[in-house]
Design a protein around this ligand. Sequence first.
Ligand code: AMP
Length: 393
Amino acid sequence: MKIISINAGSSSLKFSLFNMDNETVIASGLFERIGIEGSNYVIKYNGEKVSEEIELNNHTDAVKILLDKLITLEIISSLDEIDGVGHRLVHGKDKYSKSVIINDEVVNDLEEFKEFAPLHNPANILGIKAFKDVLPEVPMVGVFDTAFHQTMEKEAYLYPVPYKWYSEYGVRKYGFHGTSHRFITQSVREILGRDNFNLISCHIGNGGSITAVKDMKCVDTTMGFTPLAGIMMGTRSGEIDSSLIPYIMEKEGKNASEIIDDLNKNSGLVGLSEYSSDMRDILVKCDEGDEKAIAAKNKYVRRIVDYIAQYYVLLGGADVIVFTAGVGENSIPIRREVCEKLAPLGVKIDLDQNSKRGEVTKISTEDSAIAVYVIPTDEELMIARDTLNLINR
Ligand code: AMP
């Protein structure tokens, strides 16, 4: 069985083609600058890489060329080999708690929910429509970023604001990165061989969120109404006091959406360091003794530790902490600093194990009170698994 996982952005389309018999990637790639001058694609397969600058007027063009290339590069011999298409969908509000077969209702809902994800939902619809145009007979599945977090109880997802904001306008915590946190949760189930455990899943990349999981279900997560909430990120502030918004509006003569833009794009690591949003650059500057980079890195670690501690109490203790995504999978010093600060919870890090990268690794010592793992996340595979499961039903 072959499944394509798709992540459609407003001018991009990322794909992975899986052979689901052994869950391996046959080909993957990216179509960029769709509808913009200089559009191009890169396809990787079998250790090879093919790229080309080519006119892509819309997402349908990109899908046509993708499928054409899969055949001409002999990655597949016929389109009939594609059994299903899984789409990463960002916002399913409180309606979608699971992945679904995509039908007109799902597309209408994505359209209706677009004010909750104005950049992502319309782009997701473009991806769906493009595949519907080119592969009308192939079933499609939607996998929502928000779905895994739908098990949160009211006291977790409500904000302490006028209730009408929730009941009439949908203001609540939705949470994001759900597909990654679910992949991590399922990986931990495989490692432990059971599904009753308390897990703190730390997805720390350019964006980042931490999720508390009890017996396979999300009980709380750090991202909120939007992905701006929670831990400090590469360019996003995470949690702040909202009263600073009108104060800075006045100081800088900006409107509210310009300030939100600053909080999304010019804050976090890049904001505090005034240098870079990339943790690798920050760590180099820290080694050089740069004070702003050190302050940025310390705040970043502090926020992660704060939320882990909060979720440890919420869960009534933790069996496993997982680090994943760009920083979580790769940054040895950040993992070490976080774990060392968790010593009051009985966490003990194994420095040799922590120096490994790129594979599932237990980085805590045998006598650590909480097992700490690095697990590379794989949202594309999770999407392909859901797609296979739903089309097989
Ligand atoms: P992601 O959003 O999951 O792709 O993560 C991207 C981020 O991971 C980058 O912005 C980097 O900050 C971080 N990253 C990747 N590799 C490393 C590394 N070796 N050390 C520290 N940070 C890394």
